[in-house]
Design a protein around this ligand. Structure first.
Ligand SMILES: Cc1cc2nc3c(=O)[nH]c(=O)nc-3n(C[C@H](O)[C@H](O)[C@H](O)COP(=O)(O)O)c2cc1C
Length: 193
């Protein structure tokens, strides 16, 4: 897709397509076997990211967030490298070149599937929430984002699975995250076998 470009301007997400919400709910499922011969197009990536956590109003998103903290940043692990989604510019910013998909989980399918998203919450953005509730709220917010991806994938007959099984310290180090930012969950997306 990207050939190691430093910044990839993604196409505008397609907001006027897809199957009915009832169809998507009926077909929402976790996939754990992926066809590793296919890659996602930039259009598909743009659509997935927008469905997950894109802006559907000037300053709010497709997923709700506790106290409107909007604490998530999404890191996209593709065969070409790791990218941070710059959500306001709709571009992928290269963090590290190379196929590092395997870092995002312990299951074999992680390294094979077209894309893994790592969801990172910045607790510094959650100061309006009592400290003892911040972790619970971040995980709840992440679940809502992940469900958007599940429904998008159901509509497009793509496979996906949300995953808690991820080596958080290793990934946090590799992404060079600030200490207030923590890996919450990861989600694998790709083509069904
Ligand atoms: C919070 C959460 C964490 C999960 N972690 C993993 C995981 O690490 N690895 C995995 O293969 N599946 C994981 N799953 C997917 C579940 O295995 C899956 O949702 C469950 O088997 C039900 O299947 P379904 O999603 O098709 O209904 C997770 C699901 C949730 C909600």
């Amino acid at each position: 897709m990207t050939n190691g470009a430093k910044t990839i301007q993604l196409p505008q997400p397609q907001k006027d397509s897809g199957k009915s919400i009832s169809y998507c709910l009926q077909n929402r499922t976790s996939t754990k076997e992926f066809d590793n011969t296919k890659t996602l197009s930039e259009q598909q990536i743009a659509n997935i990211l927008w469905a997950a956590y894109g802006f559907n109003r000037a300053d709010k998103r497709t997923a709700p967030s506790a106290m409107n903290c909007q604490e998530f940043t999404m890191y996209v692990f593709l065969p070409e490298g790791i990218y941070r989604w710059n959500d306001t510019q709709n571009e992928l910013v290269l963090i590290e070149e190379g196929d590092l998909r395997y870092l995002t989980g312990g299951q074999d399918y992680v390294a094979d599937a077209a894309m893994n998203i790592v969801y990172v919450a910045d607790y510094a953005k959650m100061e309006s929430i009592a400290k003892e509730s911040q972790v619970a709220m971040a995980y709840a917010d992440c679940g809502l984002i992940a469900q958007n991806v599940y429904l998008y994938c159901a509509s497009e007959n793509l496979g996906c699975v949300i995953r808690g099984y991820i080596d958080r310290p290793t990934v946090e180090k590799r992404l060079n995250l600030h200490t207030s930012s923590k890996v919450i969950l990861s989600q694998t997306i790709g083509f069904k076998k």
